[in-house]
Design a protein around this ligand. Structure first.
Ligand code: ZN
Length: 150
């Protein structure tokens, strides 16, 4: 009986948290893969209505980071070029990490077989805005870009 009441308290707590969550926040799980063929497996991701995004990038290939590293970077379309440029300038020692203003979120640079999960809030993003995702490894952006719907 004691056990039962403990379980019930736990359930009721979870339910009340759940209701509070529906009104104020919506975390969306998104995933995307990069390949040894220098491509993302999706051209578009949709985070419409999400207050928070949990994104997983997986490198589905086998090549090392120095040859075919991939990251996932999110920004407004207008900021893309300078962010890609900042990644190139960071160089291999810093994993071509983007540093320019306007980055909304980014993963680390991955080698084949690795994955990285990031969580970010969308409170500074504008509904219907023009957002894009891309990889900042040198030369990849032309092949590895997509639309991020919000
Ligand atoms: Zn890449």
């Amino acid at each position: 009986m004691k056990m039962f009441s403990k379980v019930m308290t736990g359930v009721m707590f979870a339910v009340s948290i759940g209701f509070a969550g529906v009104a104020s926040a919506k975390t969306c799980d998104l995933s995307i893969e990069g390949s040894d063929a220098m491509q993302f497996n999706k051209k578009e991701l949709d985070a419409s209505g999400c207050t928070e995004v949990k994104l997983t990038l997986k490198h589905a290939g086998k090549l090392p980071k120095a040859a075919m590293g991939h990251n996932w970077v999110l920004s407004a379309a207008a900021d893309k070029a300078k962010i890609v440029d900042s990644g190139t300038k960071s160089g291999p020692a810093k994993d071509y990490a983007p540093t320019a203003p306007g980055i909304i979120a980014h993963t680390k640079l991955l080698a084949g077989g690795e994955s990285d999960t990031i969580t970010f809030k969308t409170d500074k993003m504008k509904k219907g805005g023009d957002y894009v995702f891309f990889c900042t490894f040198p030369g990849h952006v032309s092949m590895m870009s997509g639309k991020f719907k919000f």
